[in-house]
Design a protein around this ligand. Structure first.
Ligand SMILES: [Zn+2]
Length: 373
């Protein structure tokens, strides 16, 4: 089980953006690899804190996390290399380096300072994938076409002379407290430590071209509309010594013709005639993976809810499957012929026709309460 992001940062859910940032900074400095050389547990804590901060510092991601927990980002179907959602040290320094950079005389120093180890991450690409309820219930593999920025064939880069390949330049300012050193992104190379050397004519000023690629996305069963899955390294590449960004896949659920989804449960409105309700009947229900036959006993009441266990949507965590709830609606005829009218007029005061709900016939509110238990 994954540890709660709030717990990792040692804060409560009510912490505001400033408190979240402060808590992360504290943890990042405590577990910083420069302070804990060769300590694997510290490195793990350092990564966990960064992962927690990446989510909680982004209002959208935070809202998703608050609603769905870790499942909102994990996507059990093999995204980002599974398990962790895939932050490595380079990601952390490139994204959050500024937060603790000044505490260590200018971030990015991790990795021994060799200019060659600096890697810039490309930007993320975002797509929407529309899924039917059947695809959501069963999980699906989707092939999508994306246009990715990649380095053009034949392009070459050389070390930036402004920053000497460090990607950052130091600025010294005089303050009343003395000379302060601060690091900022190199204006010449934009932080990559490398600048364009040679490029083919079709490439842009950074040596990049757009390339079509078909990406296969494994979507696990049980995803929810609005959920985002991440496919690592399928975003845009960046110039120089870089790693590609990620492909962010937003899930969109196509409304089903008959079935209404509510979390893991499905609802189906079944209409039967007055005669069918009186005499009892078998009916075919359009369930998610084909028809299911249900038997309605004679004298069934309108408003009855039949629960078909396990005919709903699987939980994205793999904890079981929801149910299909069939709502029985008895259709009262709006017009009658003379003969039918006479029949009902004759029977209107008959004791068989007078409503007489048993104690065991639950009220509407009790049924609704039951459905959610
Ligand atoms: Zn530079």
């Amino acid at each position: 089980m994954k540890k709660d992001f709030y717990e990792i940062l040692g804060i409560t859910k009510s912490a505001d953006a400033a408190a979240i940032k402060k808590a992360y900074r504290k943890k990042a400095i405590e577990f910083h690899p420069d302070k804990n050389p060769g300590d694997a547990a510290a490195e793990e804590n350092f990564k966990l804190a960064a992962e927690a901060y990446e989510v909680l510092s982004d209002p959208q991601k935070k809202a998703k996390y608050d609603q769905y927990g870790h499942q909102a980002f994990d996507g059990s179907g093999g995204f980002g290399g599974g398990g962790h959602h895939g932050m490595n040290m380079d990601d952390i320094f490139s994204q959050f380096g500024d937060i603790f950079g000044s505490a260590f005389g200018g971030g990015g120093g991790f990795g021994g300072g060799g200019g060659g180890s600096r890697r810039v991450k490309g930007s993320n690409l975002r797509i929407k994938v529309k899924l039917t309820l059947e695809e959501i219930a069963n999980g699906v593999e989707k092939k999508v076409k994306v246009k990715r920025k990649v380095q053009a064939p034949g392009v070459s880069y050389r070390t930036c002379s402004t920053c000497n390949g460090q990607g950052q330049v130091m600025r010294v300012t005089n303050t009343i407290l003395g000379r302060m050193q601060s690091a900022s992104t190199c204006p010449t190379c934009g932080g990559s430590g490398q600048i364009l050397d040679k490029k083919p004519s079709e490439a842009d000023s950074q040596g990049m071209i757009l390339e079509d690629e078909t990406v296969t996305i494994k979507i696990p069963a049980g995803v929810v509309d609005g959920m985002q899955l991440k496919v690592s390294n399928k975003g845009n590449d960046a110039p120089g010594n870089s790693v590609p960004g990620d492909l962010i896949v937003a899930i969109e659920e196509i409304e089903h013709e008959f079935l209404k989804r509510e979390g893991e449960n499905l609802h189906y409105d079944l209409y039967i005639s007055f005669a069918e309700a009186v005499l009892g009947i078998s009916k075919d229900i359009e369930a998610i993976n084909g028809k299911v036959r249900i038997k309605l006993e004679e004298g069934i009441q309108s408003g009855k809810i039949l629960r078909l266990k396990g005919k709903g949507i699987p939980s994205i965590n793999g904890y079981g499957t929801g149910d299909l709830l069939v709502h029985v609606n008895v259709w009262t005829p709006k017009t009658l012929n003379k003969e039918q009218k006479q029949f009902f007029e004759k029977n209107i005061t008959d004791e068989n026709f007078i409503p007489n709900p048993e104690k065991s016939d639950k009220s509407f509110f009790e049924k609704v309460k039951d459905m959610f238990s």
